[in-house]
Design a protein. Structure first.
Length: 318
């Protein structure tokens, strides 16, 4: 990524594109800037060396600077990880540990109390929140999900579940069976000509190995020669959980069941009130557009080709 220096400014800045939107970032701390560059390199953001176009999104990063006070008149709720979110009047704040994010319209300010450790998940969590919150203003709604594409039908399969539910492992097994992939962890959903499309957000996979404390990180298209796609229409939604058993079980869901689970998987569809209506509309269309299943994943999915065959057979059952 090329960093463009600007005369008479105490910051370095860079441009990226994602889903046709131009993202401008600036950092007032060189060490933090380097961490952000490495982080963005693992996401599906395309660096742009220079442009005359006005950016759609502007994100400013600060480290060690005094953080602003959060207004008292905002709605407050707790989010996963112990953070607090505040919304109201078109503004959104997220306070997590010693960091703070403030979004107003499409401008985002991000403060870290001290320089994050590169291995600390706080850096990725806060920065991802800042980027995704801004993208939601342009109809790109984030969902904690893996995404793969069936080769015969080019149908996108969204694998939805919390951390540790086996999304990455299942996505990798399908990719090794000849399926293309979008991402193993986070997708952006958008409405294109009345159809919900899914777009990958993270380039690398993070897969747990038995007994290992740290997940293996790798880019399957680079290290394994697997096929990565940028986006695809969604045709199947798979809500996955680990059963701990030997044999997997799969059950078809109704549209109502699918919608309820989609809302649980996308908390910002209700928390981020400025765009909640549009977000819920996308989820509602997805629930009608895609066939939904509940998968209790077991050890048999680790057998080569078994996951692909299980999904193929399940889709053929009325």
């Amino acid at each position: 990524m090329q960093v463009i220096q600007v005369d008479n400014r105490p910051a370095s800045h860079a441009f990226y594109t994602v889903a046709g939107r131009l993202l401008f970032t600036e950092s007032f701390n060189d060490q933090l800037r380097n961490l952000i560059e490495v982080l963005f390199a693992g996401w599906q953001l395309t660096p742009v060396s220079s442009t005359d176009k006005r950016p759609d999104i502007r994100i400013s990063f600060f480290c060690g600077d005094k953080q602003p006070c959060i207004p008292d008149n905002l709605n407050q709720f707790e989010i996963a990880g112990g953070g607090q979110c505040y919304t109201g009047g078109g503004e959104l704040y997220l306070a997590l540990q010693d960091s703070l994010v403030h979004l107003k319209e499409t401008n985002v300010d991000v403060w870290f109390g001290q320089l994050p450790n590169p291995r600390d998940p706080l850096l990725a969590t806060v920065t991802s929140f800042a980027v995704c919150a801004a993208l939601r203003r342009f109809g790109l709604f984030d969902m904690h999900s893996a995404g793969v594409v069936e080769p015969e039908s080019d149908m996108g399969v969204l694998i939805v579940g919390p951390s540790g539910s086996g999304k990455s492992t299942l996505a990798l097994q399908l990719a090794l069976s000849g399926w293309a992939y979008l991402s193993d962890d986070e997708l952006l959903l958008s409405l294109v000509d009345g159809v919900v499309q899914a777009r990958g957000f993270r380039r690398f996979f993070a897969v747990s190995q038995a007994g290992a404390a740290v997940k293996d990180r790798f880019e399957p298209d680079v290290s394994l020669g697997l096929k990565r796609l940028s986006h695809t229409p969604a045709g199947v939604v798979l809500f996955v959980n680990l059963s701990g058993e030997a044999k997997s079980e799969i059950r078809k869901l109704t549209q109502a069941e699918s919608m309820m689970r989609l809302i649980r998987a996308c908390p910002w569809a209700t928390y981020d009130t400025s765009v909640a209506s549009a977000n819920l509309e996308v989820l509602s269309i997805l629930a009608r557009q895609a066939i939904a299943f509940e998968l209790s994943a077991a050890r048999d999915l680790l057998q080569p080709g078994y996951a692909a065959e299980l999904l193929r057979v399940s889709r053929s059952v009325p």
